[in-house]
Design a protein around this ligand. Structure first.
Ligand SMILES: *[C@@H]1O[C@H](CO)[C@@H](O)[C@H](O)[C@H]1NC(C)=O
Ligand SMILES: *[C@@H]1O[C@H](CO)[C@@H](O)[C@H](O)[C@H]1NC(C)=O
Ligand SMILES: *[C@@H]1O[C@H](CO)[C@@H](O)[C@H](O)[C@H]1NC(C)=O
Length: 367
């Protein structure tokens, strides 16, 4: 049993530590949990476990190195300069955030992957080796106000493990449009639950967001251009996605608008309870809305091992406008069920729809 006096002594120490204002210097000597740490190099990021405030100033990450920001739980992490990656032989992720309850603010700075040094039009299917993903969000918390610029291939992978909000983040791979050199440049690949993406902007050449697994996921008030729209999937064997709301987003100028893509050979997997609300989709050249269980085909022979149920377009009209050779809505089901309220879908243009809904009944909507 600790004595009362030693307890009081400890309490006094804690009180002193808490009462001492953190002036940004030497606070490590007072108590391990009050440290302000500056990251200005790879070495300075090596051990941030006692840092509750992390300031990232401008620095360049040399070839062969990667950075992980693993600060104390609840840490605030702020960028005051750009992080730039030299062309590297390292595998991705090149930058990982792995802090519980992080409060990350990118200060509108860039995390620059120098993608043009890799882009060859082949993405991760061949050609030059491209580290991917470029950036990984682990841990949990809030991530705000940064631009992820020119990722070699996939930009941000979300693998958080508790409630997380991602807002005001831009993924800008628009430079990869030139010569069609940027490829597989997904904005956000999400395998996580309890995640909200709000007001993010993605300019790229592949999925804006792709939800590969997880539940309780919201994508709202975001803008996608040039890519493959907002996707659920591709859904592989053993993966489940449930409870997704996709609301008030704008998707322009791409091959797809909104998609569910389930691998034709997936088993022990499912997609359920997905709602699209008040989205604006335009300038789509292949499929405005595609719900398919035949991936990698768009509209092929669907599998039956990963059922889809509980889809809805409601709560506000989603308008979809497609180009002359595109379809408005294609449903390619081998195992779909339930009554799907599509009353909020208003899709026009192109070649119209192709519906093979298996046991699902689609009610309402124009397409
Ligand atoms: C900051 O705090 C340390 C430790 O308490 C102290 O030694 C130092 O003088 C302070 N510096 C400033 C600029 O207040
Ligand atoms: C990291 O720093 C803390 C103190 O700040 C120390 O206790 C710990 O041993 C360090 N870990 C490594 C792996 O160096
Ligand atoms: C459907 O998902 C939403 C989140 O989008 C959630 O709030 C709701 O509880 C889910 N409904 C069912 C029946 O699972």
């Amino acid at each position: 049993m600790p004595s009362l006096s030693s307890f009081l002594h400890l309490a006094a120490l804690v009180a002193v530590a808490v009462a001492t204002p953190n002036n940004g210097t030497a606070s490590r000597t007072e108590t391990a949990k009050r440290a302000t740490c500056t990251v200005n190099s790879v070495a300075s990021a090596a051990n941030l476990s006692s840092c509750t405030t992390v300031i990232i100033t401008a620095f360049t990450v040399p070839s062969g190195q990667t950075v992980t920001i693993a600060a104390a739980s609840g840490a605030s992490v702020t960028m005051t300069g750009d992080i730039t990656f030299a062309k590297t032989t390292s595998a991705g992720p090149l930058l990982t955030f792995d802090t519980t309850n992080i409060v990350f603010n990118g200060g509108d700075r860039n995390i620059n992957g120098n993608g043009a040094m890799y882009w060859d039009g082949q993405g991760t299917n061949g050609g030059v080796a491209k580290p991917h993903p470029f950036v990984k969000f682990k841990g949990s918390g809030t991530f705000e106000d940064v631009t992820v610029l020119n990722s070699p291939a996939q930009a941000i992978s979300v693998g958080t493990t508790a409630a997380t909000t991602i807002s005001g983040i831009t993924v800008d791979n628009s430079a990869g449009d030139a010569g069609a050199l940027g490829h597989n440049t997904d904005g956000f690949d999400i395998s996580a639950s309890s995640v909200t993406l709000a007001k993010v902007v993605v300019k790229n050449q592949d999925d804006c967001m792709a939800i590969n697994s997880g539940s309780n996921i919201v994508i709202e008030d975001s803008t996608c251009s040039g890519g493959h729209g907002i996707s659920i999937g591709s859904i592989a064997t053993g993966k489940t996605v449930s409870g997704v709301k996709i609301a008030r987003n704008t998707v322009t100028n791409g091959l797809y608008g909104l998609r569910i893509k389930v691998d034709a050979d997936a088993t022990g997997a499912s997609v359920s309870n997905v709602t699209w609300e008040a989205n604006t989709i335009s300038g789509i050249t292949e499929y405005g809305v595609l719900i398919s269980q035949s991936y990698p085909d768009n509209d092929g022979t669907p599998g039956t091992g990963a059922p889809i149920s509980g889809l809805a377009f409601n709560g506000g009209t989603t308008t979809v406008s497609v180009g002359s050779s595109a379809n408005t809505l294609v449903v390619d089901c081998g195992a779909c069920s339930g009554t799907w309220d599509f009353s909020g879908l208003h899709a026009t243009g192109g070649k119209g729809s192709i519906i093979a809904a298996n046991k699902a009944t689609i009610s309402g909507g124009t397409y």
